[in-house]
Structures are given as C-alpha cells and as structure tokens.
Design a protein around this ligand. Structure first.
Ligand SMILES: Nc1ncnc2c1ncn2[C@@H]1O[C@H](COP(=O)(O)OP(=O)(O)O)[C@@H](O)[C@H]1O
Ligand SMILES: [Mg+2]
Length: 151
C-alpha cells in the first residue's frame, strides 16, 4: 500500500501539533525516517510525537549522542513500550550505526524507531517504513511543508 499525505505548518508549535496527531497513528515495530535540511523541523515534529506517546522529557536532539531511548512509563493502547530517537548525521559509514544497535532497535516488536538523517545509512533501511520529509518554503523563515509517505 502506498500512501502520501501533505501538510503545511507556519510555526514550530504547529509542527509539534502535527507530530502529536501523527504519533497517535503508529503501531509498534515501525521505522520512521525524517528527511530534510538542518533546521527543517525534524526534531520539533518528533517532540510532538514523544509528548503524545507519553515519553518523559527532556526531548533533546540526539545529534551528538546518536540515540536516545525512551522507556514509556505506560505502554500505549496498541503496545508501544519503547521509542528509539536516533540521528545518523555524524555517521560516515552505515556499519558504524549498525554496530551501536540500529538493527536491534528496528527489530524490537514493542518499539518504534524515529531516525533523523536516514540518508547517511540508506543501505540499512528496510523497505517497510514511513518517510517524513520536511522542507522550508522559500520566502519565509517559518513555513514548512511536511510530506508523509507510507510504504
Ligand atoms: N513551522 C516550523 N516548524 C518547525 N520548526 C520551525 C518552524 N518555524 C520555525 N521553526 C524553528 O526551526 C528550528 C527547527 O529545528 P529542529 O527541529 O531542531 O530541526 P532539525 O531537527 O530538522 O534540524 C527550531 O528552532 C524551530 O523553532
Ligand atoms: Mg534534528
């Protein structure tokens, strides 16, 4: 099944709200890849998702720590217990990301993986995934287009 949705956001708060709505639709065992330039709003969208999933703040960007795991105090109704928020921006070789556990996170049947900069490790990505692409709109600092592709 191929599905595409497109949204527009005018503020960071609106992007967080879109993240909340999207976060409510997820099943355990899903990989979600976030594409888009630095500052496009990937982490902002993810902050909304983490909030609605009931993860405990702070919701930091994992650019330097590579992955932050959130163990939910209360599993979601459909059985998500863990969220792996990963960022491959600093990865030069996909194998290095595999070494720190990427394949295991994706194989967790009670987890979801939120991955920023999937371009860095394209070879490791399964075909069954959701791609979310954020882009800046020309002529504005705050307008974003957000496209969700489900494969
Ligand atoms: N509509 C918008 N959606 C998301 N972020 C926005 C928007 N407008 C302005 N911003 C700002 O842009 C920055 C996005 O940063 P971040 O989410 O960390 O981006 P990324 O993770 O893609 O590098 C934040 O400072 C945020 O406040
Ligand atoms: Mg980020």
């Amino acid at each position: 099944m191929l599905e595409e949705k497109r949204y527009f956001s005018e503020t960071a708060e609106e992007t967080r709200l879109l993240g909340r709505d999207f976060g409510n639709t997820l099943s355990p065992g899903t990989l979600i890849c976030f594409r888009g330039d630095l500052g496009a709003g990937k982490t902002t969208f993810i902050q909304g998702m983490l909030a609605v999933l009931g993860a405990r703040p702070p919701f930091v960007s994992p650019t330097f720590i590579l992955m932050k795991e959130y163990d939910l105090d209360t599993p979601t109704a459909n059985g998500i217990r863990r969220v792996y928020h990963a960022d491959a921006y600093r990865m030069e070789r996909a194998e290095d990301f595999e070494k720190i556990g990427f394949t295991e996170w994706c194989a967790d049947p009670e987890g979801i993986v939120l991955l920023e900069w999937p371009e860095r490790i394209e070879a490791l990505l399964s075909n069954t995934r959701i791609d979310i692409t954020l882009s800046l709109k020309t002529g504005s600092d705050t307008h974003r287009e957000i496209r969700i592709d489900k494969k």
